[in-house]
Ligand binder design. Structure first.
Ligand code: NAD
Length: 496
């Protein structure tokens, strides 16, 4: 047992957090957490058994019947603000934990991952206080009338299954609204990134969140904590972010007992650059959308379509910028690109680098493993890579790679590029670059995506709907959309 600080220094131990207490898995099984920067051991993760997951779900259920269930919205909101403040106060620890797990540059994690982790509690504390209720005044044949109003109640125990690319940010994006609505959660962080979810348990205890409201169980998917959680009959709803095929398995598990699901899944997102775009802005935005977080962002661009008259200029400018990206230690503030999450993921990305060549690509830049020095040789590094010349059905153009790479293709007409943009099983995000507002509106309305940015990328107002169409997901998160998922509605009809 341990209640000591998890500071993501070497030899850390990542315990499950169940009913307000840190504890190892009952089976005694542990697995390694390695840092992708150099392959060094961060620490060991205590895998939760089916019994541990059951304990976590039972603790969550009990919390709903305890003081947590009795709190007013105002009291819960105050608690969420306190959680956010405590994350801010300990932001250096969260930053160190996230960087050790992911290898992402501190400049990125300190601007995006950690502050958004705190903001996710504040925004839903505000949302839940301000969401109006539904009311209908109804005429009846006898003339006395009736009134209808909708009551909202928490759904219950929410299973939260998280990916590794933005661990704290994406986990709190679910836990924030779930708690705001009065639910209790059992979180299963990615096996690659256990640290910040574990650390958040300390925050919950510090600010006085009742035990059992927030639980963390560690492990893998099939045959491990992920499966134990999603098949547990007392889990009332499941919210998931990750790969589409995992989402399909989770949806099947959720069908038993008819549990609700929110699925945020993969993408193969287009960026469309018209000749009338502000080229400096388009290059700057596309650099971020392709290479931020080493290309491991669900909203990131992997297909770039450029109007033919500016194609050569765009390719050479993007290649020049990408060639200048500085790979290196995450704590070096001049580092712009970190490693991929793991050696296993590097093998996947490199397999696409090989297939691109086999399928006829022109490799504009990159395509291999960069020459790193010293300890970094042991890390999961790949070169930023740009291709041209692939067919529309080549695998690097159709499959989500989730690496720092893109294919750039010329187009001639608006209709053509809309068809190209939509030619994918996915429907998550798009970025359109043009100074013609009518065209921007026209194209945005015809792209089958949940999020369309015009002349920007990853500009997020957390009150707006977030999610994907087609194989990219089911449901929307953000603002009142999250509150819809995390609550049940009861219509009360009173005959007067
Ligand atoms: P993943 O699907 O491999 O794993 C996600 C989580 O699911 C992990 O915690 C894993 O242990 C768990 N899991 C795996 N199999 C399971 C099963 N059968 N039952 C229950 N849980 C199971 O995804 P990943 O590799 O961690 O993340 C990368 C993927 O996530 C990419 O496809 C990316 O596009 C997607 N993603 C989507 C969004 C979005 O908002 N749409 C955001 C970030 C990442």
């Amino acid at each position: 047992m341990s209640n000591t600080s998890i500071t993501a220094t070497r030899n850390a131990e990542f315990f499950n957090f169940i009913d307000g207490t840190y504890r190892p898995g009952s089976s005694g099984s542990t697995f390694e957490n390695r840092c992708p920067v150099d392959g060094s051991l961060v620490g060991s993760i205590h895998e939760a058994s089916a019994e541990d997951v059951n304990d976590a779900v039972s603790a969550a259920k009990a919390a709903l019947d305890g003081p947590w269930g009795a709190m007013t919205i105002a009291e819960r909101s105050d608690m969420l603000y306190a959680i956010a403040d405590e994350i801010d106060r300990r932001s250096d620890e969260f930053l160190a934990a996230e960087v050790a797990d992911t290898g992402k540059p501190v400049t990125l994690a300190s601007h995006i991952d950690i502050p958004r982790g705190a903001a996710n509690f504040r925004v839903f504390a505000d949302a839940v206080k301000n969401v109006p209720g539904e009311f209908f005044d109804m005429a009846t044949p006898d003339g006395t009338g009736a009134i209808n109003y909708a009551l909202r109640s928490p759904k219950g125990v929410i299973g939260v299954i998280c990916p590794w690319n933005l661990p704290l940010l994406l986990m709190t994006w679910k836990v924030g609204p779930a708690l705001a609505c009065g639910n209790a959660v059992v979180v299963k962080p990615s096996e690659e990134t256990p640290a910040t979810a574990t650390l958040l348990g300390e925050v919950m205890n510090t600010v006085g969140v009742p035990k059992g409201v927030y639980n963390v169980v560690h492990g893998f998917g099939p045959g491990s904590a992920g499966e134990f959680l999603t098949t547990h009959p007392d889990v009332d709803a499941i919210t998931f972010t990750g790969e589409t095929r995992t989402g399909e398995a989770i949806m099947k598990a959720a069908a038993v007992g008819v549990r609700d699901v929110s699925l945020e899944m993969g993408g193969k997102n287009p960026a469309i650059i018209f000749a009338d775009a502000d080229m400096d802005a388009a290059i700057e935005g596309t650099m971020r959308s392709v290479f931020a977080n080493c290309g491991q962002v669900c909203l990131g661009t992997e297909r770039v379509y450029v109007e033919r008259s500016v194609f050569e200029e765009f390719v050479s400018r993007l290649a020049a910028e990408a060639n200048g990206l500085k790979l290196g230690e995450p704590n070096d503030t001049s580092t712009q690109l970190g490693p991929l999450i793991s050696e296993e993921h590097r093998q996947k990305v490199l397999s696409y680098y090989e297939r691109a060549v086999e399928e006829g690509a022109t490799v504009v830049i990159g395509g291999g493993i960069p020459a790193m020095e010293g300890a970094l040789v042991g890390g999961a590094w790949v070169e930023p890579t740009i291709w041209t010349g692939l067919a529309d059905d080549a695998s690097p153009v159709t499959d989500e790679i989730f690496g720092p790479c893109c294919h750039i293709r010329p187009f001639d007409t608006e209709e053509e590029v809309i068809a190209l943009g939509n030619d994918t099983p996915y429907g998550l995000a798009a970025a359109v670059w043009t100074q013609n507002a009518s065209r921007a509106h026209r194209v945005a309305s015809k792209l089958n995506v949940g999020l369309c940015w015009v002349n920007s990328w990853f500009l997020r107002d957390l009150r707006t709907p977030f999610g994907g169409m087609k194989a990219s997901g089911i449901g929307r998160e953000g603002g009142v959309h999250s509150l819809e998922f995390y609550t049940e509605t009861t219509n009360v009809c009173i005959k007067l």
